[in-house]
Design a protein around this ligand. Structure first.
Ligand SMILES: *Cc1c(COP(=O)(O)O)cnc(C)c1O
Length: 398
């Protein structure tokens, strides 16, 4: 079986983990702070706060941004389910806006249209015309390692005074060219707060883990306290100043993260090379569209998701690939069509047609740093065969 993803773990990770085990300090020690320092320097942010998953990170970002019960938050339906779930944790409401068909990221034009048609600007707040709910933030997701059109999003955010939470969980190392600032910016540094994730299929891993970055002192202070049971920085251990959680990262995870950050440039280059080989191998196949890169974007490769053109049975193709020993997945089923979103909100097909159409045509194929050229050839050959097999033949004259 050729696996969809595989972490890049080496000797350095083993050494760092063993050092922590031998030290006897396996939680709340020096390692998570060392990991944060390396991360802060790499991302170019004032503060970096390690947490135990990307989901925990997004949850704390939502709380730090002051999103309250009943509030609306605009986000993408074409994402991993957690980027909308974090609003539900706070009894806020994710409001989906459809994506751009090329970048697969939320479209600033569609956000603008949504706000203009459904909200009133009253006392410096966006108020939903029908329900009176307050639209209180934007949560763009940098899907598959490509940063959203952040100039467009920040323009809306500035106009309506909305905090922006960047879900950069798939985009560590990605860059965005801001036409306004005339320079390249790192993913996660454009909005108020950015969140990264370190599950084993991400660019770097800590087992489970996440990181929140921000330049805002007030956000950093609140997040630091909330991840640690609501304690204050210099307070007494058993004094809790606010509602907190145990979202801390343990020292073993942080040790893996330190090793990964020391090797990150190399890891990202290796991912880039695998992506380039795929592009070459797939370029002759008319039925396959490979990932699009916007002119303002430097992708950090997270997964390799191809689009299969119309007229081919995508699901039958995937079954065929799996039979050939190749692990593939349909990335992503839109969030609004997940069973419990349908049930909670009454969502149906047709509401976000671009996201829906694309999710019917995508296949994530195996992608990781150690994927060999030989394995890629096997994958591409199987893809070609499956395409021939599952083309509809209704054009053949009877
Ligand atoms: C991976 C991911 C997350 C966070 O996932 P965790 O498993 O909680 O670390 C959040 N958003 C997106 C888009 C992701 O891909």
């Amino acid at each position: 079986m050729i696996q969809l993803s595989k972490p890049d773990i080496g000797e350095l990770e083993r050494e760092e983990v063993l050092k922590v085990l031998d030290s006897g300090i396996i939680a709340l020690g020096p390692k998570y702070q060392e990991f944060e320092k390396l991360f802060r320097e790499f991302a170019g942010a004032e503060h970096a706060l390690a947490v135990c998953s990307g989901t925990c990170g997004l949850h704390l970002a939502v709380r730090a941004a002051g999103i309250k019960q009943g509030d609306h938050v605009i986000t993408s339906p074409f994402s991993f389910v957690t980027s909308a779930n974090v609003m539900l944790y706070e009894k806020a409401v994710p409001i989906f806006v459809d994506i751009d068909s090329q970048t697969l990221n939320i479209s600033p034009e569609k956000i603008k249209a949504k706000i203009q048609s459904e909200y009133d600007w009253k006392n410096k707040l966006l108020i939903h015309k029908k329900t009176g709910a307050h639209l209180s933030a934007l949560l763009p997701v940098h899907i598959f390692g490509q940063v959203c059109d952040m100039d467009g999003i920040m323009e809306i955010a500035c106009e309506y005074n909305l905090p922006v939470i960047e879900d950069a969980c798939e985009a560590l190392g990605a860059e965005y060219f801001s036409r306004k600032k005339n320079k390249w910016l790192n993913s996660g540094t454009v909005g108020e707060v950015g969140v990264f994730a370190f599950y084993p299929n991400k660019q770097i891993t800590t087992g489970e883990g996440g990181m929140i970055i921000t330049d805002r002192e007030d956000y950093a202070e609140a997040i630091d306290s909330m991840r640690n049971q609501g304690r204050s920085k210099d307070g007494v251990w058993l004094t809790h100043e606010r509602l907190g959680y145990n979202y801390r990262m343990d020292e073993l995870s942080a040790a893996i993260g330190i090793a990964q950050m020391k090797r990150i440039k190399n890891i990202l280059i290796k991912r880039q090379e695998v992506a380039e080989r795929y592009k070459q191998m797939l370029s002759g196949i008319d039925e396959v569209e490979f990932p699009y890169t916007a002119s303002y974007s430097r992708i950090s490769w997270f997964v390799y998701v191809i689009k299969i053109k119309n007229g081919i049975n995508r699901n039958a193709m995937m079954d065929g690939l799996i039979k050939d020993g190749i692990q593939v997945r349909p990335y992503f089923t839109p969030i609004h069509l997940q069973p419990f979103y349908r049930e909670m909100f009454g969502y149906k097909e047709g509401l976000f047609p671009v996201a829906e159409k694309i999710s019917d045509r995508t296949i994530a194929i195996p992608f990781h740093t150690t994927l060999s050229e030989k394995e890629q050839k096997i994958i591409v050959n199987s893809l070609k065969q499956q395409i021939q097999k599952h083309k509809s033949h209704n054009h053949i004259a009877v």
